[in-house]
Write a protein that binds this ligand. Structure first.
Ligand code: SF4
Length: 692
């Protein structure tokens, strides 16, 4: 192998690639030795090296001399002094919670850890959360309450290919992470069945043996209906339920009311398809139930995932080798990013911040008294909504995120950012959020620095530096250390990722996400290590539930859950369902992928996908501009007519800013447990652009 082995900068599959410097961007080659991609990459991965040389790359700090003045170049000392002075002033005037931190699910484990530590003991603020709250927080919460632990897939990704059936709910890996489809192709090649649940006939659904097309927001009823049928047809693994779970009788009582005719009325999925799905799922030795954002990004996302976990438990899947429930995590470090302290309610190692023992352990590693650690803060949307309000933070330090495009009700979020006394953005491109900042700190990016990422399997991987960063930029660790020094923060603030990882190991030791036995050398030697891994002699844990679940009694917990409608249902004024998502050639807010020419050519702008029957009723022609309006705002996008979507639902991808931005429309109604916004369904009105 020539070149530097590393991993793709984008999604949670963390495909292995090598980068070989030459004239121009480094040459990208796909790695055969990484099980997740086995020599495959998607278009985003093949073009990833272009990201290193985008024309508007930030290479000097920027600051506004006055709030209403344009951003101007300045030195690093000037920028960091300005941030430290602003933070100190606002903390003195309003208290430590006047300063907030917002992180990202693409940051390395080391950065996520250091940001959480900096917020808690560098700034003393409880106000930290991250964009992963918008990603898989509902699956995380449902997994915690069922299994006592939250870890992406239930085993190595290659288990999918050895399965007899996979039920995939609200995920479209054929576009979001195409090499994932190799594992589903293995499944089908062995005669296994792929069942996809999605209101759209996506590229993934087209590859399925069975496609269920429920009305958006009705997945919970669908899951309860499938469990009803599993019970009725004698497919429940009663011995497993008796020996490894608690709470089934309460769930049995609830799902008794989800007979097929009722579920067909709620979801629109025909009864024969419901029966076929259950028989396929229960027909073999091994099966997986997986959820993606389509099932999770709802105001009832946690309960929806719980309904599918209940189904998995009734069929005896979790804890059986080669079977189980899993979440297909989205962002590059969506898994590790939620384990090491960026979340409002957590400390490193996936520890609860309100647990006295957890506080004592982490405080000892940080060399501070546990009493100085703040308590839980606001969740991501609540934090963004509070910015600049009388009781909310007055300053925000933002790393690796672009909420002006990716947050729900994005126009209101932009207004809150503008209301701050101090907005500081660390990024390597002038994202839509960075352009609103008072101070912009230019950072190194993926191939220019090292660290670890934890992929969707729970496998900890090495990201390696393949090229030097351009002059003028700093790493996020250097930025945090520079601020911590200026603010007189206690503790050690290393800029060396390897040293930070050693501290992370100690902080996570004994916690649910235990990295104590994982070292850079081990990852190097073994090609990745699965957590939990409590000591260096421990082999790591590819399949965590084989013997027992990490609950007090060792059993998984059924949770009875009832269907209810979306937070905002259709009516005469807003008569159509809107759902949002991603396309093959763009990633998340698009701040990175919109700058890659090949990707911009492949997916140049936003569109609305709608059924020809609906378009006919509304007088909308293919390719015409369409105005979409919800109770939160309007967006204008190009019509794309397709029979691949229900005629009561439209789809808009969310990668673009401006007048076509999908998140001008989305509903920030929050799940009561995970605080996940309801990105996946709201009520919308469509009309040809130009009509009033
Ligand atoms: Fe990168 Fe994900 Fe594409 Fe793999 S699937 S190349 S990790 S974007």
């Amino acid at each position: 192998m020539t070149g530097t082995p590393t991993h793709c900068p984008y999604c949670a599959l963390q495909c292995g690639m090598t980068l070989t410097p030459g004239d121009g961007p480094p040459a990208v080659a796909a790695r055969e030795d990484v099980p997740a991609n086995r020599g495959g990459l998607c278009q985003k991965g093949w073009t990833a090296a272009d990201l290193l040389g985008v024309p508007d790359r930030l290479t000097t700090p920027l600051a506004r001399p006055r709030r209403d003045a344009p951003l101007e170049p300045c030195t690093w000392d000037e920028a960091l002094d300005r941030v430290a002075a602003g933070v100190s002033r606002l903390r003195a005037a309003h208290g430590p919670d006047a300063v907030a931190v917002f992180g990202g699910g693409g940051l390395t484990n080391e950065k996520a850890y250091q940001l959480g530590k900096f917020a808690r003991i560098g700034l003393g603020t409880s106000q930290i959360d991250y964009n992963g709250r918008f990603c898989m927080s509902s699956a995380a919460a449902a997994s915690l309450r069922a299994f006592g632990m939250d870890r992406g897939l239930p085993g190595p990704i290659t288990d999918l290919g050895r399965s007899d059936a996979v039920l995939l709910v609200g995920g479209n890996p054929a576009e979001t992470m195409p090499p994932f489809m190799r594992h589903l192709a293995d499944l089908r090649g062995r005669g296994g069945a792929l069942i996809v649940v999605d209101p759209r006939r996506t590229a993934t659904a087209r590859a399925a043996d069975l496609h269920l097309r429920p009305l958006p927001g009705t997945d919970l009823a669908l899951a309860n209906g499938l469990l009803h049928l599993a019970i009725a047809e004698g497919l429940v693994d009663e011995a497993y339920v008796a020996s490894r779970t608690t709470g089934f009788e309460a769930v049995r009582t609830v799902v008794n009311a989800y007979w097929p005719g009722r579920v067909e009325r709620i979801t629109g999925v025909p009864e024969p398809q419901l029966r076929e799905a259950v028989r396929l799922l229960a027909g073999g030795e091994r099966a997986h139930i997986l959820t993606g954002r389509g099932g999770e990004q709802h105001a009832k996302g946690v309960d929806t995932v719980s309904a599918f976990v209940n189904l998995a438990l009734a069929l005896g899947l979790p804890g059986r080798e080669g079977s189980g429930y899993g979440c297909v995590t989205g962002q590059g470090n969506g898994q590790g990013g939620r384990e090491h302290g960026q979340k409002a309610d957590q400390l490193p190692g996936y520890r609860r911040i309100d647990d006295p023992a957890a506080r004592a352990h982490v405080a000892a590693v940080w060399g501070v008294d546990p009493d100085v650690l703040p308590g839980p803060g606001r969740s991501a949307y609540e934090l963004l909504s509070a910015l600049g309000t009388p009781d909310g933070p007055k300053a925000l330090l933002l790393f690796g995120s672009n909420p002006v495009v990716s947050a729900p009700r994005a126009a209101a979020v932009a207004d809150r950012l503008d209301a701050l006394d101090l907005l500081v953005v660390a990024d390597f491109v002038p994202s839509e959020t960075a352009r609103r900042a008072d101070v912009v700190l230019p950072t190194a990016q993926w191939a220019e620095e090292s660290g670890t990422m934890t992929n969707l399997e729970g496998r900890v991987l090495r990201r390696r530096r393949a090229v030097p960063p351009p002059d003028g930029v700093r790493t996020d660790l250097e930025i945090v250390a520079g601020l911590a020094g200026r603010l007189g923060a206690p503790g050690k603030w290393s800029t060396d990722p390897a040293e930070v990882f050693e501290e992370l190991r100690a902080a996570s030791a004994g916690g649910p996400a235990d990295y104590a036995g994982i070292s850079y050398e081990r990852i190097e030697r073994e090609g990745g290590v699965f957590w939990p891994c409590p000591d260096e002699d421990h082999p790591g844990t590819p399949r965590p539930y084989l013997d027992r679940f990490p609950t007090p009694d060792g059993r998984a917990r059924f949770v009875p859950v009832e269907h209810r409608g979306p937070a905002e249902d259709v009516d005469g004024r807003y008569p159509v369902y809107l759902t949002t998502g991603r396309v093959l050639a763009q990633y998340q807010s698009g701040a990175q992928t919109r700058r890659i020419p090949a990707l911009a050519d492949a997916a140049p702008g936003p569109f609305v996908e709608l059924h020809p029957d609906l378009a006919g009723r509304l007088g909308i022609e293919d390719g015409a501009d369409v105005r979409l309006s919800t109770r939160r705002g309007s967006a204008t996008v190009r019509a794309r007519l397709t029979g691949d979507i229900r005629d009561d639902t439209v789809f808009v991808p969310f990668h673009w800013p401006g007048e076509g931005s999908a998140n001008l429309l989305t509903n920030p109604a929050l799940d009561p447990v995970s605080r996940m916004p309801e990105f996946k369904v709201c009520a919308v009105r469509l009309e040809p652009a130009g009509t009033s």
